[in-house]
Design a protein around this ligand. Sequence first.
Ligand code: KIV
Length: 273
Amino acid sequence: MSTNTVDNNRKVTTRRLVEMKARGEKISMLTAYDYSSAKILDEAGIDVILVGDSASNVMAGNVTTLPITLDQMIYHAKSVMKGTKRALVICDMPFGTYQGNPMEALASAIRIMKESHAEAVKIEGGSEIRESVERILSAGIPVMGHLGLTPQSINKFGTYNVRAREKEEADKLIADAKMLEEIGCFGIVLEKIPAELAGRVAAELNIPVIGIGAGGQVDGQVLVMHDMLGINKGFSPRFLRRYADLADVMHQAVGNYIQDVKSGDFPSEAESY
Ligand code: KIV
């Protein structure tokens, strides 16, 4: 099989992602938060489904990712698992469930795995959360790191601008990425950092580096499904490529439905019992 070809039958595992990187096969990843979307993404051949805490924004309408709870993430992940056969499903650990207390981090990760059946967790941060990551890994739970722009820290950053443009922050990011690989993470997301820096990290690590707004020299890409399908149109950063305009399609379809109901055209005899 040539590289970049979808193998629709073989289950994607964390181990397989590392193999994909080793042979230069790019990894595709999208978010989903519900059964029906997950089923579509899985059947289309996506490699990884992320049950992102971006659900806080696009599902619940919150301004940040901070308010979403562990119970809500478990609910979303459980629904996604039911719609997924092939893709690897990773669930974000929400804000406040892992920082500062490794035992609480472990308990949160165990709840995600036990109650949702997700196959891995993703967690934001570097050296500050090392002990939490180690504790989760010690229970046999696969962990994906997340560095660069980490939206749970928006109140510290103050903006969603590109991160790690300055040497000091870039050096810390490289050190954090190496540390996460060393302690046993199976992959890392790099969000909104210079492409050259992301490429350097990907070249130095053996585990896959998935980028969002991190250029093309990484091992795979992730986008928020609602953004790339044009369902959520209020978000247009430079890194976002829109593959559809589903908000317009839905708007049009709903408009037609309303018109048919009002005119009495729907339902027809054939649509009645
Ligand atoms: O929550 C999310 O959707 C994410 C991606 C942006 C990587 O963490």
